[in-house]
Design a binder for this molecule. Sequence first.
Ligand SMILES: O=C(O)c1ccccc1N[C@@H]1O[C@H](COP(=O)(O)O)[C@@H](O)[C@H]1O
Length: 221
Amino acid sequence: MRVKICGITQPEQSIAIASLGATALGFICVPSSPRYVTTSQIQAAVAQLPENIDKIGVFANASIDAIKQIVIDSGLTGVQLHGDESPEFCDQLRQALSNIEILKAFRIRTPEQLQTTANYTNYVDTLLFDAYHPQQLGGTGKTLDWKMLQQYSSNRPWFLAGGLTTDNIIQALSQVNPSGIDLSSGLERAPGDKDLAKVALLFERLGRWGDGEVGRWGDGE
Ligand SMILES: O=C(O)c1ccccc1N[C@@H]1O[C@H](COP(=O)(O)O)[C@@H](O)[C@H]1O
């Protein structure tokens, strides 16, 4: 399973988090976010990371030209679209950036909305499901109703995001079967400052879960 840790702002934390087991790191390119990082900050983090770690830039309603420039300048390997981008926009981004992973994030409120995500599967590589918040685009710490995803299937891999923590991750994985998980504010001391002890605990719990040592609802959680 892929494990993406998002909202990295400090280069030294990115190396530590990759060493603990993350398969992907996320960098917030949304200027209004408290986790926003500049192109040179991303460059500094990316330059120190092993090749096998996915480096994902998170954008919301940015232009194709702006995304392309940041991807090229910073060495990102993927783009997460976390705003109201249309399937046509995703298609155009694919034409502009052929060798990067495109993830489309959806802030899911209803089962009906989940069905509409099928309109995107021809244009993106990966889907990501986050919780809805009326004022914030992401990094809210809110969980979505995992039950909505229990019967979900797609021809694309998908990430579960939204309010995941060391305390609820095993419960979430007991209910749904995503290709990957994405955690941000649940592993922080403050926005953009990851708590490495929490990150280590996450991977310890995931390891026990993977080995079948943790019960259905997460023994000792
Ligand atoms: O983290 C942010 O500040 C952010 C800002 C704008 C768009 C997306 C953002 N983060 C994404 O939110 C989800 C879930 O975060 P959390 O675990 O609930 O804190 C995650 O995919 C981040 O990439």
